[in-house]
Design a binder for this molecule. Structure first.
Ligand code: PRT
Ligand code: ZN
Length: 283
């Protein structure tokens, strides 16, 4: 039996449960429970505050955890970062009031900076040789400058909307984050085996996100050109068609390259193009 900690509520809760569900692991409604037994995998799910997940994993209270890399980095516990999960993407940046005349990191010398990430920030300042006053506050960091508590902030940014609405400008991006799967680094052999199975499922789900399965008909004589346009796990699958001189091609294409490639394929005579969403991809 493996134990995994996920965020009880907050930004990562829903997508963590979604990832488990896509991996064939059903967890009963969590709202009031601290712990639930999953169906479909020998797994117990423990719901914690994200701040507590790195420590719970490091101490072996749980074997695995899903948490923002920012929390792992800030808390500094010794855990294994098993994989990036591709959601909860954000950055931690230094931001100053719009009215400040910012002239590079030296600006922060002797300034008061409000943050919930004092360790990441003090490491950055140490590297830059900057002496600044770090004020640790939990929550509502972005209002600190307007109420006179700080000269700048070091906070999580995603769209940047919160900074803008508080009259702040992002000036230095210090840390990139996303949700990660972390593991205790002394798992028993049996737990490592189960964790490996889970990683395999998560990996193929994450890899197939943003991929499309494309089918089309093409004159046989344009096949070589089509192979050049289509990336694939190996090369595209080619099937004969009843109609003489034509074939059917199947391939997997990343969403961000989809339209550009479809246009090229149309230009060499592809017809009857079907684009299907891809549920899972196992290499
Ligand atoms: O209760 P608990 O302690 O578990 O939750 P929490 O309130 O500490 O964390 P939560 O749920 O807010 O965030 C959990 C994790 O989501 C963070 O640790 C990050 O890894 C990740 N994440 C991704 C974010 C954001 N995007 C994000 N935008 N965490 C916070 N924000 C906040 C940010 O603090 C700021 O207030 O959103 C605001 C900025 O957003 P934009 O879009 O306006 O730039
Ligand atoms: Zn938290």
């Amino acid at each position: 039996m493996l134990r995994i900690a996920i965020q009880a509520k907050g930004r990562l809760n829903e997508q963590s449960l979604e990832l488990l569900a896509e991996a064939g692991i059903r967890v009963s409604d969590s709202k009031r429970k601290l712990i639930s037994r999953a169906e479909g995998f020998p797994l117990e799910v423990i719901y914690l505050r994200d701040d507590d997940i790195p420590q719970a994993v490091a101490m072996g209270v749980v074997d695995l955890g899903i948490v923002g890399l920012n929390e792992v980095e800030e808390k500094g516990f010794d855990v294994d970062i098993a994989m990036n999960l591709g959601f909860g993407k954000c950055r931690i940046s230094l931001a100053v009031p719009n009215t400040a005349s910012y002239d590079g990191p030296g600006f922060f010398r002797g300034k008061r900076i409000a943050t919930s990430y004092p360790n990441i920030l003090s490491r950055y300042f140490a590297e830059q040789g900057i002496d600044a006053e770090i004020h640790t506050i939990e929550g509502s960091v972005e209002i600190a400058p307007s109420v006179g508590m700080a000269d700048a902030v070091f906070d999580i940014v995603s769209s940047g909307g919160t900074l803008i609405s508080n009259g702040l400008t992002e000036v230095e991006k210090i840390f990139d984050s996303q949700a990660v799967l972390i593991a205790n680094n002394a798992l028993s052999e049996e737990k490592q085996r189960l964790a490996g199975q889970l990683k395999f499922r998560f990996g193929s789900i994450i890899e197939s996100r943003g991929m499309k399965y494309v089918l089309m008909n093409l004159p046989k004589e344009r096949l070589d050109e089509a192979v050049g346009i289509l990336p694939g796990m190996r090369s595209p699958t080619v099937l004969p068609l009843a109609q003489e001189g034509w074939c059917s091609i199947h391939a997997v294409i990343a969403q961000d390259q989809l339209w550009e490639r479809i246009e090229k394929l149309k230009a060499i005579g592809a017809e009857g193009i079907l684009i299907l969403s891809l549920e899972n991809m196992i290499r």
